[in-house]
Design a protein around this ligand. Structure first.
Ligand code: ADP
Ligand code: MG
Length: 150
């Protein structure tokens, strides 16, 4: 039995599969779902935006584009949840995706975290993606790693 579910979306097909699985489980358990998208701002978990030098125009434009993209991913997730009759809260975060996902899961007291096995690149790789493997290693909740069916 899960009482609160967190799903991580990244705009990829497999991230979308993760969302669908999370919605199915939520519906079966009458549990609310939280969806997170992290705008990746740095390579290291500890690096946060305010510690950076003032951004130049190109960097700012890139962050703005990523921010708009994040809003779209989360709006899509919200639409799907509404269509499935599941209560959803969306969360947009900045920083290291794995670190932000596991921190939010703890903050919310989520007892299930759902991620896709891979992201927006190739999905036929043997090893899990870097975000999913970080979440598997660091989460304090149960983690479900959704894979694309062959
Ligand atoms: N920026 C992100 N914000 C939220 N979730 C993410 C983000 N990046 C990846 N994820 C989640 O992690 C899963 C695996 O992606 P990832 O580890 O980045 O694989 P890859 O290395 O193939 O890009 C995705 O399906 C999604 O559930
Ligand atoms: Mg990725």
């Amino acid at each position: 039995m899960f009482n609160s579910i967190l799903v991580a979306v990244d705009g990829s097909e497999i991230g979308h599969r993760a969302l669908e699985e999370a919605l199915d489980i939520a519906r079966a358990m009458d549990a609310p779902v939280h969806a997170i998208h992290v705008v990746q701002t740095g390579t290291y978990p500890t690096l946060i935006l305010s510690e950076l030098e003032p951004l130049d125009i190109a960097q700012q434009a890139l962050l703005d584009a990523l921010d708009r993209e994040a809003n779209e991913f989360l709006a899509d997730a919200e639409r799907e949840a509404a269509a499935a009759g599941v209560r959803m809260t969306i969360h947009k975060r900045w920083g290291h995706p794995g670190a932000e996902i596991t921190a939010l899961a703890q903050e919310l007291g989520a007892d299930l975290t759902v991620v896709g096995s891979h992201g927006r690149g190739r999905i036929d790789r043997f090893f899990l993606g870097s975000v999913s493997s970080y979440v598997v290693d660091h989460a304090t909740s149960t983690v479900m790693v959704v894979r694309v069916s062959p």
